[in-house]
Design a binder for this molecule. Structure first.
Ligand code: CAA
Length: 380
């Protein structure tokens, strides 16, 4: 058992840390306040190879492992979770799904520009009445021979307006339940595809979240991913890896808040000494550090499971459940350690606290992770 990361992984981690400090930190408060999508930063992340990290270089990717991806997600998320979610969705939910299950034509047409960051993608599963209960898809994709006709609404879609390519999950044959669901590649601009208004969110406010409407959108059959009826399994398999990305994001948010709180506690004085010298604060830092260290080990373990070809459904769910709780607990304590300063925007921790919450909700709520975990442990 080796807990160290390789020299190459260290270099990638360092590159992400430098980028986050130099290019994500400037303007992060304003982007949060004005809900501005980090378009320039995403372009730069494409140039650095962060948008298709695990994709084979022959399709424009960086050909790296999942551990490297988790390290990058952690570093970006310490500074700006609104930017890191773009990386996570593009890598785990869009590129991975296309590379693993797409046809050669789909990979050439869609995966290449997605992996280089020339364009970005979105993953469209959630609906007004189908968030956690993902089999209850109301969006329909009716088979018309050489094409599908797509109708319905998708909600809370990350990259909703900034994406060019959308992987849309829809019901083709209701009688077949989850076995009648398909995943279709939909392009922005296809007639009948409309983007709804932007959501005004609690956290990750720089990320671009919209509802989407499909009104008789004609999608060619060659845009279906996998065999007829594979859509639900496609979504589950894709989300299993996505959860490692979100777990890494949660870890980064927690670690970012902890680092700020530790620095502040060593500088801020009260009762004649730095507040870190008061046990009330020192113990908070000890608890934060312990929880983060456990989250880090769980996240790297899940990433490693994926890299060695082991099953990562369980380890990914455990990592997400624990890391997202760590993000929430740690950011609340970071605000508390900052006192009055924690409540104002300049010190960043209030934003990290707001950003942490979504990690317990998207790509499967904490309650869904407990369903996945309990079913898995009881099966054996
Ligand atoms: N891999 C492969 N197949 C899987 C699977 C997995 N990880 N999980 C389930 N399946 C298969 C099952 O084997 C079953 O197939 P068979 O009938 O052939 O055996 C089929 O899928 C249905 O599975 P279940 O009976 O377990 O289905 P369920 O209705 O009980 O739901 C669930 C299971 C785990 C709760 C699932 O609905 C789920 O994960 N829900 C949460 C969805 C989610 O994460 N939504 C987030 C939205 S995406 C997002 O947030 C993106 C973003 O923009 C950031």
């Amino acid at each position: 058992m080796d807990f160290s990361i390789s020299e190459e992984q260290k270099m990638i981690q360092e590159a992400a840390r430098e980028f986050a400090q130099n290019e994500l930190l400037p303007g992060v408060i304003e982007r949060d306040e004005t809900q501005k999508f980090p378009a320039e930063q995403v372009k730069r992340m494409g140039e650095l190879g962060f948008m298709g990290m695990m994709v084979d270089p022959k399709y424009g990717g960086s050909g790296l492992d999942t551990v490297s991806y988790a390290l990058v997600m952690e570093e970006l998320s310490k500074i700006d979770a609104s930017s890191s979610v773009v990386v996570s969705v593009n890598n785990s939910l869009v590129c991975w799904g296309l590379e693993t299950y797409g046809t050669e034509e789909q990979k050439t047409k869609y995966l290449k520009p997605l992996a280089t960051g020339e364009i970005i993608g979105a993953f469209c599963l959630s609906e007004p009445e189908a968030g956690s209960d993902a089999t209850s898809q109301k969006t329909t994709a009716i088979d018309k021979g050489d094409h599908y006709i797509l109708n319905g609404t998708k909600n809370w879609i990350t990259n909703g307006n900034s994406a060019s390519v959308y992987l849309v999950i829809a019901q083709t044959d209701k009688d077949k339940g989850h076995k009648g669901i398909n995943a279709l590649i939909v392009e922005k601009g296809m007639p009948g595809f409309e983007i709804g208004p932007k959501e005004n969110k609690l956290g990750i406010r720089g990320s671009d979240t919209h509802s989407l409407n499909f009104n008789d959108v004609k999608v060619p059959k060659e845009n279906r991913i996998g065999e007829d009826g594979f859509g639900f399994k496609f979504a589950m398999k894709t989300l299993a890896g996505g959860r490692i990305g979100i777990a890494s994001q949660a870890l980064g948010i927690a670690a970012g808040a902890y680092e700020l709180a530790k620095k502040y506690a060593k500088e801020r004085k009260a009762f004649g000494t730095e507040i870190a010298n008061h046990q009330a604060i020192a113990f908070k830092l000890a608890d934060m550090h312990t929880q983060i260290e456990a989250a880090r080990l769980l996240v790297y373990k899940a990433a490693r499971d994926k890299d060695i070809g082991a099953n990562y459904d369980l380890s990914g769910a455990i990592a997400k459940l624990h890391a997202s709780k760590t993000a929430m607990d740690t950011t609340i304590e970071a605000v508390q350690i900052h006192g009055g300063n924690g409540f104002v925007k300049d010190y960043h921790v209030e934003r990290l606290m707001r950003d942490a919450k979504i990690t317990q909700i998207y790509e499967g709520t904490s309650e869904i992770q407990k369903i996945v975990i309990s079913r898995s442990i009881l099966r054996n």
